[in-house]
Ligand binder design. Structure first.
Ligand code: USQ
Length: 406
């Protein structure tokens, strides 16, 4: 297949591009390099040293003989350029990662909220709009989030996108329907993914666009077999308070002797998936497209759920790291249960990589190797969800004034 990977320079996009190229597909990365600009804005860098996208693709070609093409296009900002590219290349499938993906970044200020909404919603809408206008019948696979559901369940597993409901009509009968699971975003970032769902629903219904939406959990790990093939193919790896995600942050913190930054009681339960499984899931989704006229296909792209404080204890047992219970910068439930249905990927052959598979140590090793690149002052999460929460946030870079350390 000719596959366009929008956002192919990012944390999940880059390993996906390599995985699909390795599998023999003709891969084209489209990216505006915004993630690199945000590093510059925040004054942080990936823990792992990352080459330019051109250098990365050159090394991939030298290693494998396969070409990955790179095109510098801003989906949200340059509609005409995007449309011209799609018209000229007419890909069979489009994988859409090209969105601002960090909840804390989206909540930093009014400017960051505006940026996230404008960028993410315009990127998706420009793409859908151009596909219809060009009569491009490509399968669109979008990276969504588990966060569209919210994280509290009513004692039932979260289904894959749709909820069966019985509606009592005026004549007293009960009509059965399946509706999109009620959206319950916890940040501006997550909200944009909820808005995406409505855009997809409309374009699938109105124009027959074939769409798969992947509701992904929190990614952990860094290497895939392809990124490990050469030091210059290494994936980016975020540790800072805005872009680092919880388990990877704990593993990096353990490697640099920084007390593990548990927010609140650590009672938040979330869904997780290893980066190796993310790229496999995208491939499985690409191989199982919906038919024209079908409703949006939705998969829950996660393999296990864990409570944040259990993860901290696990990492602490493994590495001897201390645990710090910090004021929570977010507005979220202090404790929640989470049960998620992921039967569809399992039925299609996904063999999950679990925490117990020994890959936690691999991440700690990577973190130790590049520990010299860490700016400890960028570890605390400082983006507060509301003005009331802001004064509670501890900005002490070395963690010496942490609320409690065990
Ligand atoms: N947390 C800590 N300590 C930290 C960092 C986070 O206790 O140092 C807590 C947070 O308060 C939250 C949980 O861990 O309760 C998860 O936070 P996170 O930063 O790992 O994940 P989140 O903000 O939800 O976002 C990440 C990705 C996003 C993706 C989402 C999937 O950045 O792109 O969509 O995970 S999900 O969480 O399932 O919605």
């Amino acid at each position: 297949m000719k596959i366009a990977i929008l956002g192919g320079d990012g944390f999940v996009g880059w390993p996906t591009a390599l995985h699909l190229s390795d599998a023999g597909h003709d891969v084209h990365i489209i990216d505006n390099l915004s993630r690199r600009w945000i590093d510059t804005e925040l004054g942080v860098q990936s823990l792992t040293p990352m080459d330019s996208i051109q250098e990365r693709t050159r090394i991939w070609h030298a290693e494998t003989g396969r070409r990955i093409h790179f095109h510098l296009i801003d989906l949200a900002g340059d509609y005409q350029l995007l449309k011209n590219w799609l018209d000229a290349h007419r890909p069979d499938a489009i994988v859409h990662f090209a969105q601002q993906r960090a909840a804390p970044y989206s909540m930093k200020s009014d400017r960051h909220k505006n940026y996230t909404v404008n960028n993410n919603v315009s990127a998706s809408h420009n793409l859908l709009n151009a596909m219809v206008e060009l009569e491009l019948d490509a399968h669109l696979v979008h990276l969504g989030t588990m966060g569209v559901y919210g994280y509290s369940t009513v004692g039932a597993a979260i289904p894959e996108g749709y909820l069966p409901v019985g509606i009592e009509t005026m004549s007293g009968e009960t009509v059965q329907q399946e509706i999109l699971y009620p959206a319950n975003p916890g940040s501006i970032y997550h909200m944009t993914k909820c808005l995406d769902q409505l855009l997809f629903q409309f374009y699938a219904k109105n124009d027959g666009v074939r769409i798969t939406d992947l509701h992904q959990g929190i990614v952990w790990g860094t290497h895939t077999p392809q990124t490990a093939r050469h030091p210059q193919l290494i994936n980016r790896f975020d540790y800072d308070g805005d872009y680092g995600t919880v388990l990877n942050r704990f593993l990096i913190q353990a490697a640099i002797g920084y007390p593990l930054t548990v927010h609140g009681t650590g009672g938040q339960t979330r869904a997780f998936i290893h980066i190796r499984d993310c790229v496999r899931c995208v491939e499985i989704a690409l191989n199982n497209p919906p038919a024209r006229g079908d409703r949006v296909e939705i998969f829950n792209q996660m393999t296990e759920t864990h409570r944040v404080r259990d993860l901290a204890e696990l990492v602490s047992r493994l590495t001897g790291a201390k645990i710090a219970m910090l004021p929570n910068p977010r507005k979220e439930a202090a404790e929640n249960e989470l049960v998620v249905n992921n039967d569809k990927f399992l039925a299609l052959g996904l063999n999950p990589t679990r925490l117990e598979d020994g890959l936690l140590e691999e991440v700690v090793e990577v973190a130790k190797k590049f520990a010299y690149r860490v700016d400890r002052s960028r570890v605390p999460a400082t983006a507060a969800w509301t003005r009331e929460i802001a004064p509670r946030i501890d900005r002490d870079p070395e963690g010496t004034a942490l609320k409690s350390v065990s």
